[in-house]
Write a new protein. Structure first.
Length: 287
């Protein structure tokens, strides 16, 4: 899958390309500096406050919000998706050459953004009242992303990049990957929290934890099987995940996330107008 351009090689080495071809993923350490990560965290806090407060103001859970109550009673925000229309800076990160050039080298084509999501795994210190919530522990099942993207007929050459806003440790519920599982698609079925690889198709004990400091980027193949366990800490484990398809696939813009943006933005605007007019005061503040 690797491209032949030499300029992109300043962003990814031949050894890293070989690692990607073999394992289906590669970790690029130290891509973003401390100031950039601090700014990403501020954007994550802004989005969290916006989505939770707009949900409270409208007495309706935002369609962007994936959250749950853990068995210990703590509320946890698992994911907010989509997010680029809520943050200019995170949109700019999705276009950063430090992401785009390695993707271009690996896929041998110009990457086109097709999805973005912010996986928070963030426990809330104070419960939010009045918004629909379901039980759960915050884990993601064993799956690959193409099991979802196939619904919009995206190709099996999509690549994703996961930007670590927080250190990923064994205790914080890091991504776990099955190296080499990107060579063929494994059939999936439904689980309580999404699609999951069918029993008997993979050794569920063979996952490898991806432990990386904040500022790292993991690029992974759309067929790479992965999951993550619950976050056992009191802190968030935020991963900003972008997915790009090769331009040659000609799939258009925002097919996957566009309907959600159109559905949710009127509610968010209604909340902001009520806040500006003094009819609503924010209840939730990011910890």
């Amino acid at each position: 899958m690797a491209g032949t351009g030499t300029s992109a090689r300043t962003y990814i080495t031949d050894e890293q390309l070989e690692s990607f071809d073999r394992d289906g993923y590669v970790i690029l350490p130290g891509v973003f500096n401390d100031d950039e990560i601090a700014r990403m965290r501020r954007e994550a806090d802004f989005i969290l406050e916006l989505i939770l407060n707009s949900s409270i103001a409208n007495q309706r859970r935002s369609g962007r919000l994936d959250w749950m109550t853990r068995p210990d009673g703590v509320q946890l925000v698992r994911k907010i998706q989509p997010i680029n229309d809520l943050s200019l800076y995170l949109t700019q990160v999705s276009q950063d050459p430090r992401l785009i050039e390695p993707l271009r080298t690996i896929m041998g084509d110009d990457p086109v953004l097709m999805e973005e999501k912010l996986n928070y795994k963030q426990p809330l210190p104070t419960a939010v009242q009045g918004v629909d919530i379901r039980p759960g522990d915050g884990h993601f099942p064993i799956h690959n992303d193409w099991a979802y993207y196939a619904a919009q007929d995206y190709p099996q050459t999509v690549l994703s990049s996961a930007v670590s806003m927080d250190a990923c440790t064994e205790q914080s519920g890091p991504l776990r990957v099955w190296p080499g599982s990107h060579r063929q698609h494994l059939e999936h079925g439904p689980s309580t929290v999404g699609l999951e690889v069918l029993d008997g198709l993979i050794d569920k004990t063979a996952g490898r934890s991806v432990l990386a400091p904040a500022g790292s980027v993991m690029i992974f193949h759309v067929l790479l099987v992965h999951n993550s366990r619950p976050n056992m800490t009191a802190d968030p484990r935020r991963l900003m995940i972008y997915s790009h398809y090769p331009k040659a696939a000609n799939k258009g813009i925002d097919i996957r996330n566009g309907p959600g943006r159109l559905r949710e933005s009127p509610y968010e605007m209604q909340y902001l107008r009520a806040k500006l007019a003094g009819r609503f005061t924010d209840v939730f503040k990011a910890p």
